[in-house]
Ligand binder design. Structure first.
Ligand SMILES: [Zn+2]
Length: 273
């Protein structure tokens, strides 16, 4: 059994502020280690739950956060950015289950640690068809494109509840409860890791019953930005249309194309910052 882990950082136990997850701040050094340990807990749970191969994709910011020398030796690590499949680089039809570790809620979610969708600086809202989605929705749809179900999500209570609503069969592991956007009551890291390991093992017990998250084709994608200039840049991408001054749309043939166009739009929007 092959398990793919997309590892983000904001949903790590103890994280409440950007300074803990951005490499230019001193606190980051501690929190990248705590992130690595939570990924290790998920790997351990996966291996104990029957996984024979685990691939981890570093999915946070510049995607160079996980300390490879401290990663579980049985896992492989994908790192660096940009990558065509971003937070899901490496996913394909050979996997049996996806884990989302250290995840956070979508932009515009109340009482959720550092809620955002791909970029706090640029994205106001993303829609996939009629659904307002965050990173989870897009990442799960790409996994679904390859017929791989999402088995586990770890993060704050609001983020995991949001994922559960979209993907009812997912195993949620709550490592902290948000008190607004930048404060939380958190489990101590050792306890958080125990919960993640147990959750991962439980999730794989049910893997045969899990269904991939799929969206009907063609896939309507709509991205609303904070600034009109970001929409201007996206209009340089063939097929992208203007919905309103802040928002652009694209009709994708499938979830994979919706994903790569989203990545392209994010790169364009970032060039305006
Ligand atoms: Zn992140």
């Amino acid at each position: 059994m092959k398990v793919f882990i997309s590892a983000d950082m904001e949903g790590t136990a103890g994280v409440t502020d950007w300074e803990q997850v951005q490499s230019r701040y001193p606190e980051y050094t501690r929190f990248r280690r705590l992130m690595t340990e939570e990924v290790n807990a998920a790997i351990l749970g996966a291996l104990e739950g029957g996984a024979t191969e685990v691939v981890v994709n570093d999915s946070h910011a510049d995607m160079r956060n996980i300390l490879i020398e401290e990663l579980h030796p049985q896992a492989q690590l994908i790192s660096g950015s940009p990558k065509p499949h971003g937070m899901m680089q490496g996913i394909d039809a050979s996997f049996d289950a996806v884990f989302f570790t250290g995840y956070h809620a979508a932009a515009g979610t109340a009482n959720a640690i550092l809620d955002h969708s791909f970029s706090s600086a640029s994205v106001r809202q993303i829609k996939l068809g009629n659904l307002i989605v965050g990173e989870v929705g897009l990442n799960a749809a790409l996994a679904g494109h390859f017929k791989v179900p999402v088995a586990l999500v770890t993060g704050d209570g609001t983020a995991t509840a949001q994922v559960k609503k979209l993907i009812p069969q997912v195993e949620p592991v709550v490592v902290k409860e948000a008190i607004g956007r930048v404060a939380a009551r958190s489990y101590q890291p050792v306890e958080a890791r125990r919960r993640i390991k147990d959750g991962a093992q439980r999730a794989l017990k049910r893997v045969k019953d899990l269904k991939p998250f799929t969206v009907p084709r063609p896939v309507g994608l709509e991205i609303e930005w904070h600034y009109t200039g970001m929409a201007d840049r996206c209009m340089l991408i063939p097929g992208v249309t203007r919905v309103n001054p802040r928002a652009v749309a694209f009709k994708a043939k499938d979830a994979e194309q919706a994903y790569t166009v989203t990545i392209a739009c994010l790169v364009m929007a970032r060039s305006t910052l």
